[in-house]
Design a protein around this ligand. Structure first.
Ligand SMILES: Nc1ncnc2c1ncn2[C@@H]1O[C@H](COP(=O)(O)OP(=O)(O)OP(=O)(O)O)[C@@H](O)[C@H]1O
Length: 259
């Protein structure tokens, strides 16, 4: 079966007038169709660099990236991006913000408008369609950003800390909504997060990166009982706590057993 994402021997060096920075080196991994994978690691280990290469925003210095079996040579409508900030246009209504990606791709038709309204309905936002972003809460705005990302029907979603600016309760609710939606639509997702609990609660697999330069340190498979639970209930399972300890130790943390 073709991988949804294939990263092979990828290295990226940022070159400026002052210096060259080896951001990531010799990274290999693939993501299966419909799989949800998280990328975690200390600040500066190259998470955003990797996402940018998969999105086709920057090119690898060495190695290659494939999405849906085709080499990535630039941005593509196969890939959707959701970020920490929602980047909604304040002068556009929620409905018009939701269409934005379709408009840019020249795909705004009565049918795609209708399917966007259906997505707004799925996210519990239909009655706010004529509101403006400033009239919505942070969690609602991120739900609009999710609708805008899904409206173009990408195969792959790149999620760069989309929950990190939200309060804890809203974050858990949105994690649940995003996971249910992506599973139902059989989308492939790669999430960058600093939150180990979030990575464990949402993912099928977790990739841990080392910094300076960014390298793949370890891959964790998330047990089936966690994967079949909601992100909220997953956090109560004994296997969740076991995996949390293992990942924590990988980062150099201590457990009670070490003391
Ligand atoms: N545009 C750029 N020009 C030069 N160096 C860069 C650029 N972007 C990132 N870097 C460097 O590349 C390395 C990896 O950065 P990157 O932003 O990918 O890490 P990250 O893991 O996403 O960090 P964080 O968790 O803090 O967001 C860092 O050393 C960073 O300083």
């Amino acid at each position: 079966m073709t991988s949804a994402v294939k990263v092979t021997g990828v290295t990226h060096v940022y070159v400026t007038e002052e210096r060259a920075t080896l951001a990531v080196q010799d990274i290999d991994f693939s993501i299966g169709q419909g799989e949800f994978v998280s990328l975690i690691g200390p600040s500066g280990c190259g998470k955003t660099t990797l996402l940018s290469m998969i999105a086709g925003l920057i090119l690898p210095t060495a190695g290659g990236v494939e999405v849906g079996g085709e080499p990535v040579r630039g941005p593509s409508s196969k890939v959707g991006y959701m970020l920490q900030q929602d980047y909604l246009f304040p002068w556009r209504t929620i409905e018009a913000n939701s269409w934005f990606g379709l408009e840019i791709e020249g795909r705004l038709t009565p049918e795609t408008k209708q399917s966007t309204l259906e997505l707004l309905d799925e996210m519990g936002l239909l009655r706010f369609k004529d509101y403006y972003p400033t009239q919505l809460s942070g969690g609602m705005r991120q739900r609009v950003a999710l609708v805008r990302t899904l409206a173009t029907d990408p195969e792959l979603l790149l999620l760069d800390e989309p929950f990190s600016a939200l309060d804890y309760q809203t974050k858990l609710q949105l994690e649940d909504l995003v996971l249910r939606t992506l599973r139902a639509k059989k989308k492939t997702a790669l999430l960058v997060t600093h939150d180990m609990s979030e990575a464990i609660a949402m993912s099928d697999r977790i990739l841990v990166l080392d910094p300076n330069p960014g390298r793949l340190r370890r891959v964790f498979d998330v047990p089936a009982d966690i994967r079949s639970a909601s992100p909220l209930l997953a956090r109560e399972l004994p296997s969740f706590h076991g995996l949390f300890r293992e990942v924590w130790q990988e980062f150099g943390g201590e457990s009670d057993a070490d003391r």
